[in-house]
Design a binder for this molecule. Structure first.
Ligand code: CDP
Ligand code: CDP
Length: 202
């Protein structure tokens, strides 16, 4: 029987970190759905039509090395408002969610649109300043020349676009468990997620 964990939240809240740890703990498959939008966004930066890029996306595209840049993140959030782009990516995500091993998917609309019947829904958040500082540390460690102010502006712009769009806006599902990681270590955030999932499995 499949078991699906939906993890949503704004940029750099800790969704991916929690998802990976949860997948390892429970033996679930993990899909970072942000990578789908980033891969489409990267193709659009190269001149491709967004709907075409989404409908022709291949697993190999998700392994592209340069998807974690602020430029690609912005392009991802711009293509993510386009209904045809979102529609082209639904089936792959829903098939991934239904696999027998159990699955954890993280993104913006997993608990609301992709897996409205998920066994567990988590909404992971943190203050914009905390999230921007974390993302700044990650980008600086990779040698990217960014300032904290730029990263904060980037995160806020994406949050606003993701929240205000008509199609699949970022918002917690009614039955989501809220995890605010502003003052949590990674260890404590992961423990909160594992506790919520264990409770749903019992
Ligand atoms: O997937 P998402 O963009 O929501 O965030 P992430 O990539 O999991 O986390 C962004 C950064 O914050 C990573 O460098 C994590 O190590 C860090 N983080 C943290 O410092 N404390 C947490 N409780 C969660 C994540
Ligand atoms: O890692 P971070 O949280 O910064 O971003 P991401 O999860 O890789 O997502 C990049 C962009 O893709 C987001 O800003 C959203 O616009 C879009 N996205 C979406 O619309 N729906 C999803 N399920 C996942 C990502």
């Amino acid at each position: 029987m499949s078991f699906c964990v939906a993890i949503d939240g704004p940029a750099a809240a800790g969704k991916g970190t929690i998802s990976k740890a949860v997948a390892a703990h429970f033996g679930f498959a993990h899909l970072d759905t942000g990578l789908l939008y980033r891969a489409v966004g990267a193709k659009v930066l190269l001149g491709m039509d967004p709907a075409m890029a989404a409908s022709s996306l291949r697993p190999d595209d998700l392994a592209a090395t340069d998807l974690r840049t602020p430029e690609v993140a912005q392009s991802a959030s711009r293509v993510a408002v386009i209904p045809e782009v979102r529609a082209a990516l639904v089936r792959f995500q829903q098939e991934f969610a239904a696999q027998d091993t159990g699955a954890v998917l993280d993104g913006r609309d997993i608990g609301t649109v992709i897996c409205p019947d998920a066994d567990v829904k988590l909404f992971v958040t943190a203050s914009a300043e905390v999230r921007a500082n974390r993302r700044f540390d990650e980008l600086s460690a990779k040698g990217m020349a960014v300032t904290k102010a730029q990263v904060l502006a980037d995160v806020k712009e994406r949050d606003a676009r993701d929240t205000d769009r008509a199609e699949a806006p970022l918002r917690p599902a009614k039955d989501a468990v809220l995890i605010d990681t502003s003052d949590l270590s990674i260890k404590d955030a992961v423990a909160a997620a594992i506790a919520a999932i264990s409770k749903a499995q019992a």
